[in-house]
Design a protein around this ligand. Structure first.
Ligand code: PAF
Length: 280
């Protein structure tokens, strides 16, 4: 595995590979890698000749300074893991490399970022779009891999690629969970033992909601989910919304058109976790 620290060098390497007819699968990450990231890498390896990853904790997508400071950083272990899993190239730029000048670009996502994460983390998705477009310009991937845990991010990146006509296929990969159901997240590393135990209630309640959906109205189900989780002294729900899987706008009844997904954000002590469940 070759590690690049400079965007120019990475870009030149990618140009050479593409000229030779290789397909490039790309997994952008902020590091603190776990089995979820590795599953993205496995998809990238399976569907392309070359698997590329990036590790960069992108400051422009953090609307909360404390969250940025506390974001776990485990670079040596990350590189070791990527090497072991057969990643071919990894880009590990520093902030100056990615943002030599402040990025003043403002992206528009229609209504996709007016709800949920976009509402509670203002500017978050603009920062995601800034870094993802920069990374796509450097790596020029044929396919890029994103986890479904970040359901709204996935929808926004799909729109970005469509609006800006990036020749990149966005591949949505299933959420990877711990045996007890907790969705894998780099932020899980910051949970205390007690918080970790209580955090299981988030996915448990979502799975329950999936089963209960046929016997309750949307409004009843939303109330029940929020009440169950808030009853746990370690957990505070920031939002739970049942939305159309494409527009991400809240749905009123189960008869509304289109697939539906329940998206949740929960504070567990100082850690904020998100998860979601698809309703069939
Ligand atoms: O999902 C993430 O880890 C980040 O938002 C991403 C896509 C790597 C951009 O920094």
């Amino acid at each position: 595995m070759e590690v690049f620290y400079q965007r120019r060098e990475m870009n030149q390497q990618m140009l050479i590979l593409k000229k030779k007819g290789n397909s490039i699968g790309f997994v952008p990450t902020m590091g603190a890698l776990h089995a979820g990231h590795i599953s993205l890498l496995q998809y990238a390896k399976k569907q392309n000749n070359i698997a590329v990853a990036s590790i960069f904790v992108n400051p422009t997508q953090f609307n909360n300074k404390e969250d940025l400071i506390n974001y776990p950083r485990t670079l040596d272990a990350d590189l070791e893991l990527l090497r072991k899993e057969g990643c071919n190239f990894v880009l590990v730029p520093n902030e100056k490399e990615m943002y030599p000048e402040p990025d003043l670009r403002v992206f528009s996502f229609g209504n996709l970022d007016k709800v949920m994460e976009g509402k509670y983390r203002p500017g978050h998705f603009n920062g995601v779009a800034q870094i993802v477009t920069k990374l796509f310009d450097i790596v020029m991937p044929d396919r890029a891999y994103f986890g479904m845990k970040d359901f709204q991010q996935l929808a926004i990146i799909k729109k970005l690629v469509t609006d800006y006509q990036y020749p990149v296929e966005i591949v949505a990969c299933p959420t990877v969970r711990e045996p007890d159901g907790l969705a894998l997240s780099s932020r899980n590393k910051r949970l205390s033992d007690d918080e970790r135990k209580h955090a299981t209630l988030i996915s448990k309640t979502l799975f329950w909601a999936q089963q209960a959906a046929s016997s309750m109205t949307i409004s009843e189900l939303k109330k029940a989910v929020i009440k169950t989780i808030n009853n746990d002294p370690f957990l505070i729900v920031e939002y739970f919304e049942i939305v159309n899987e494409q527009t991400l706008q809240p749905v009123k009844t189960w008869h509304d058109r289109g697939g539906k997904v329940g998206c949740i954000a929960v504070h567990v002590g100082k850690v904020r976790l998100i998860d979601n469940i698809i309703f069939y």
